[in-house]
Design a protein around this ligand. Structure first.
Ligand code: SF4
Ligand code: SF4
Length: 94
């Protein structure tokens, strides 16, 4: 039963590197060269971006909401843009 309840509300632990980040543990600092930006009109809320972000920095606050990026921790890797099936994410230069 414990495993069943975990599957209903999956919460992944966030990566938090403590060396080389500023101003605090896991934060990206100013070295990111580009960032993902949502185009809400094209988003189908499939949440592939949320599931595949290696940093766990795409958030969905409530069921049915559009996802958004926590730029304090986003590393600008572009995985979310790559997996989005609706072209609802683009990378923009910082
Ligand atoms: S993967 Fe694309 S379409 Fe799916 S929720 Fe993310 S931005 Fe929206
Ligand atoms: S660019 Fe990388 S770290 Fe940033 S939200 Fe997309 S997948 Fe996550």
């Amino acid at each position: 039963m414990e495993n069943e309840s975990k599957m209903k509300d999956p919460v992944l632990p966030l990566g938090r590197p403590t060396v080389g980040s500023a101003p605090g543990p896991g934060t990206t600092g100013n070295w990111r060269t580009s960032r993902p930006v949502f185009i809400e009109d094209q988003c189908t809320k499939c949440y592939q971006c949320w599931m595949n972000c290696p940093e766990g920095t795409i958030r969905v606050d409530a069921k049915g909401e559009y996802p958004y990026v926590d730029y304090v921790y986003c590393k600008g890797c572009g995985v979310c843009v790559h997996v989005c099936p609706a072209d609802a994410l683009i990378m923009e230069k910082e």
